[in-house]
Design a protein. Structure first.
Length: 232
């Protein structure tokens, strides 16, 4: 189970997530109360273990903006919310693969759940996109592309998630918390989970106990799922 703690704004919160067992951290470079600068993130990523993935969250950002920010901030991955350039993931993949001794760039594509039919259609279009490592399914309001604290309809999305699991790594996001992450994993059987507001004490500030409980609950739910599958 891959766990990402997003909306990180401080070294203290980053280290907390790492110690709790998170696989990845997310840093928001878009309009948000959690927005950070490349310099702020560079000061954090320089002090984190190399094994922890560091993702930048971008909304309608250009190729040049993403490249410059990723290099300046010490990112190992990017999370793409919307883009007018359908070739952006491939362009990023090719650009960073040409940099000597640089680790492979992780690329997450974000889709927002509306209906199961629309999600299925969007995922079908991504099956052959080998530039993308995983697809993050999030909820959305009319004004915010993410970090809304609202869940999408897991039951409606359930069959679409399971049908696409053999082809794509699917991440569940949107309104997850220590209280409901086990239910989300049981229902959707995702490859990973992503959380922002559900582990905060205030926008951009993590609650230590909620972070630890979220990671532990996610891993316990995944282990129970695997055990059930082995027994069936």
């Amino acid at each position: 189970m891959w766990v990402k703690i997003c909306g990180t704004t401080s070294l203290e919160d980053a280290q907390l997530a790492v110690e709790a067992g998170a696989n990845a951290l997310g840093f928001v470079f878009a309009a948000s109360p959690r927005r950070v600068t490349p310099d702020q993130v560079a000061a954090i990523t320089a002090r984190l273990p190399r094994t922890v993935e560091k993702y930048g969250v971008f909304v309608e950002a250009s190729f040049d903006e993403i490249v410059c920010t990723a290099k300046a901030a010490g990112l190992t991955g990017v999370q793409l919310h919307s883009s007018r350039d359908p070739m952006l993931p491939l362009r990023l993949r090719e650009h960073f693969s040409e940099i000597p001794a640089r680790p492979r760039l992780g690329i997450l594509q974000v889709l927002h759940f509306t209906t199961a039919e629309e999600l299925a259609s969007e995922l079908d279009a991504l099956h052959q996109d080998h530039a993308i490592d995983a697809v993050l399914i999030d909820s959305r309001t009319g004004t915010a592309p993410g970090g809304t604290g609202r869940t999408f309809d897991w039951e409606a999305a359930r069959e679409t998630f399971r049908r696409n699991a053999p082809h794509l790594r699917l991440l569940a996001a949107g309104g997850l918390s220590p209280e409901n992450v086990a239910e989300a994993i049981h229902t959707l059987q995702p490859w990973g989970v992503d959380v922002v507001t559900g582990v905060e004490s205030a926008p951009g500030r993590k609650d230590p106990e909620r972070v630890r409980t979220f990671v532990a609950s996610a891993r316990a739910a995944f282990s129970a799922q695997v055990l059930q599958q082995l027994r069936s």
